[in-house]
Design a protein around this ligand. Sequence first.
Ligand SMILES: C[S@@+](CC[C@H](N)C(=O)[O-])C[C@H]1O[C@@H](n2cnc3c(N)ncnc32)[C@H](O)[C@@H]1O
Length: 212
Amino acid sequence: MGEFFDRRLDEYEDHQLNCIESAHEFYKYTAKCLPMECGCRIIDLGCGTGLELEEYFRLNPSAKVTGIDLAPGMLNRLREKFRDKDVNLILGSYFEVPFGIERFDAAVSVESLHHFTADEKRPLYEKLRKSLKPGGFFILTDYMILSDEEEAFYRKELLRLKAEEGIADNEFYHYDTPLTVDHEKECLLSAGFSSVEILNHWAETYTIKAIR
Ligand SMILES: C[S@@+](CC[C@H](N)C(=O)[O-])C[C@H]1O[C@@H](n2cnc3c(N)ncnc32)[C@H](O)[C@@H]1O
């Protein structure tokens, strides 16, 4: 997965901002949902080159951000952009990196989690919830769909493509397998978040707020 994004690094931001409907709007919107207190601590799952952080640092330049990503090139690009900001970048998988307990005021993830099943995400969301301070929350802006049939179709298609290309079941293959909005909400609730609310959407990109 990291290699997939690093190979496309030079076109990445242009593609992300201009080929996904309303991207300029949802990056700004996501940033506005994050805490504005001076020095607050944020964790960003799959931060990439930090598109969601550009607007956020404009609004809250003193935020302390921990970003986790698998792609070293994406993290280097982020580091170059925010040299004067308080960023702690971790190269690794958010499924494996420990987040700590009650460390963050909020968490954010944009366009990163739509490759994983609810069963894969639940333990990640449990770990994330525990890493939030009381009153903390998670802002998830991601590709989601509405019908169960479509969700099942993408999952089946992924398995077919992997079988066709001789890729093992446990190996990562870059193919979008979004959950339905309802399944994403259920997954967050089953991980212990106390309330989960859809804040906004633009075509198939939804912003969900899950409160610890
Ligand atoms: C489409 S990019 C989104 C990056 C950024 N959030 C944005 O919206 O521009 C998805 C990012 O998620 C990262 N990613 C995917 N799976 C990951 C994992 N298990 N752990 C950490 N990062 C992951 C990829 O390396 C990539 O940088």
